[in-house]
Design a protein around this ligand. Structure first.
Ligand code: M6R
Length: 614
């Protein structure tokens, strides 16, 4: 939610910041803005809508200066318009700042400031902060960095902030709590700040991931200094980025989403590379080795997540219960954190998050930790907040996911959960040696099978044409294909704005069947397995009401083919691994339908990739 980027060095700041904003646009695209410091003054430009609108606004201007800040917004307080766009600045134009997060007590602070004579241009919580910093600076007679530190001691909420003042032309000040912030260290006094490393990687691989309640004073002459908000100095921990620039480009695809769907053979393989050897019959999950016994003996494994990651958690529940016979509960992080859940010290709480920054998931973990539970994480983004607060965890190694709709992150999460379930089952002795070996070989073969599904790209595209004008859609599946149905429905609704619902196939009779008529597309996962016959009956029930059936079937299936309006065949696989395959055609269907409807698939309306507000 909101992307922030800043630069100070010896080059022109504007092109670096605008490029950075484009990389961060997936975090929000309600408005964009920049402030550049030059010759004792700030030039501020802000525009509703995408970064390209801001660029068009600035096109005729000559923006110069070697220090600046930029922001791309996902609106929380105040509608998306030019005035509410960041940066926000003090009345005298001497302090400007960008902010990602929410200042929860902004209303009380605002009233105090209004009583002191401050007036407000915008409806945002962020503008409150800039006037507060200005006020403290004037009343206490301190420079704006110190004023920001004092102000943050009065603030309740979440923030990643970068502030700039033309009176201190060599400096930027950055601070974070609960929203991510990375500082990049270039050469010869060149520094970068950003919500993630994507705007930085082109210039340097040396970064410092800021911790909660840290303030960074970034001075191109004096270097980077870190403090906590109590003003105690801290030593910056410099890490090397592993991210490569190519991973952030579209690589010839029309959209990031399509690229990321097509990357799945590689991303699934990268996920188990070095962790699985089918020939020798072992799984090695270094990240959680020390916690395996704890997981086996745990009262319960509680998976907390949101959105697509929650769907991956549901697949994990089937796998862990079926293979390892461990009691698993899957919780929406947002519900879990607020309903006074019963958490025991011998519970293991596992957070699943692509970004590793989702506010609700992070808060759910913090709650579990405070109750003494062991907390583990499954994250994609290296160095993210969740990966840093957990006792141990796994990285999914899917590579950067830029499309707002999660695709390769989902299959990577499911791959990790499969490895986890197999490893625990093996250790616990709940599956036979031969089944363990068989499943390892099957898992190793999944990337090749995903490749075969992706080769049906054009067939899926042609099916999509028939459903691009639908107003509603149903997705049905049983067993571990039920969460796949939920995920299929989420993909369709979030990028094409078609109302879609996922259901366990048998639940259809308990209500949704009333919706079925000749206009209703029903996507059914009807692969070979234990509930195949039952799903076939559900298909017949839909057909009897003239619904349109689009079935995902196992290669060679003729039975469902005879009933369905369209089928997409996927290679045969053990039932346990079907979610990794059945998901892929559903992703492609959503993608093509959204493209045919003229939707912006990479940046669907109202959404942001990383939900760092609750
Ligand atoms: O980064 P996370 O996995 O924690 O994000 C959770 C959800 O916001 C996310 O999965 C969302 O539902 C997807 N972008 C949907 O495709």
């Amino acid at each position: 939610m909101c992307g922030i980027v800043a630069y100070i060095g010896h080059k022109e700041a504007y092109p670096i910041i605008i490029k950075g904003l484009k990389r961060l646009e997936y975090r929000g695209y309600d408005s964009a803005g920049i402030a550049i410091s030059n010759n004792g003054a700030l030039s501020v430009y802000k525009k509703q809508g995408k970064v390209s609108n801001l660029e068009a606004l600035i096109a005729q201007e000559s923006v110069q200066g070697t220090a600046g800040i930029g922001h791309t917004r996902w609106a929380t307080h105040g509608e998306p318009n030019d005035i509410n766009a960041h940066p926000h600045y003090s009345s005298d134009g001497k302090i400007a700042l960008i902010h990602n997060g929410i200042i929860e007590n902004y209303d009380a602070i605002k009233k105090e400031l209004i009583n002191k004579g401050y007036s407000f241009r915008s409806e945002t919580d962020t503008e409150v902060l800039v006037h507060l910093v200005d006020d403290i600076s004037k009343v206490e007679g301190v420079w704006y960095g110190e004023a920001l530190r004092i102000a943050l001691n009065h603030v309740v909420g979440a923030y990643a902030i970068v502030a700039i003042s033309p009176d201190f032309p060599d400096r930027l000040v950055a601070a974070r709590k609960s929203s991510p912030l990375v500082v990049g260290i270039g050469e010869n006094g060149e520094y970068f700040c950003a919500s993630d490393a994507s705007p930085i990687v082109e210039y340097t691989k040396n970064v410092v991931y800021m911790e909660d309640e840290e303030i960074a004073v970034i001075d191109r002459k004096e270097g980077l200094k870190l403090y906590n908000i109590g003003d105690q100095p801290k030593t910056p921990y410099i890490q090397k980025l592993e991210l490569e620039l190519e991973a952030l480009e579209k690589g010839g695809y029309e959209h990031f989403m399509l690229k990321e769907i097509h990357e799945q053979p590689r991303s699934i393989h990268d996920c188990f590379r070095g962790r699985l050897n089918a020939e020798k019959g072992w799984i090695s999950l270094g990240g959680i080795r020390d916690y395996e016994q704890k997981m086996i003996q745990a009262n319960r494994l509680i998976i907390v997540a949101c959105g697509t990651s929650w769907h991956a958690g549901l697949v994990g529940e089937y796998l862990l219960e079926d293979l390892a016979r461990i009691n698993v509960e899957v919780e929406y992080a947002s519900e879990f954190r607020y309903r006074n859940p019963i958490i025991h010290e011998n519970d293991v709480v596992i957070a699943i998050s692509q970004s590793g920054e989702t506010a609700d998931t992070l808060a759910a973990l913090e709650l579990a930790k405070s109750k003494g539970a062991t907390i583990l994480g499954i994250c994609n983004v290296v160095g993210s907040s969740i990966s840093r607060i957990t006792d141990a965890g796994y990285y999914t190694h899917a590579g950067p996911e830029i499309g707002v709709a999660s695709t390769k992150a989902f299959t990577a999460q499911v791959t990790i959960l499969t490895l986890m379930a197999l490893q625990l089952a093996h250790k616990k002795g709940t599956i036979s040696q031969s089944r363990f070996h068989e499943l390892l070989s099957e898992l190793e073969a999944i990337p090749e099978k995903v490749k075969q599904i992706l080769a049906k790209n054009d067939h899926v595209e042609s099916i999509s044409k028939a459903y691009k004008d639908a107003s509603n859609a149903l997705y049905l599946g049983r067993g571990s294909s039920f969460p796949v149905a939920l995920e299929g429905a989420l993909k369709l609704k979030e990028i094409s704005y078609i109302h879609a619902e996922g259901y366990p196939a048998a639940e259809m009779k308990h209500g949704p069947i009333a919706l079925i008529d000749e206009n209703m597309p029903v996507f059914v996962i009807a692969t070979q397995g234990n509930s195949y016959e039952k799903v076939v009956s559900n298909i017949q029930e839909v057909k009897a009401r003239k619904g349109k059936i689009i079935a995902i079937v196992t290669e060679g299936d003729t039975h469902v083919k005879a009933m369905a309006d369209h089928v997409i065949e996927i290679p045969a696989a053990d039932e346990v691994l079907v979610p990794l395959l059945a998901t892929v055609p559903l992703q492609l269907l959503s993608y093509f339908i959204a493209v045919m409807r003229g939707c912006n698939v990479d940046q669907p309306r109202n959404l942001a990739k990383s939900v760092t507000v609750e």
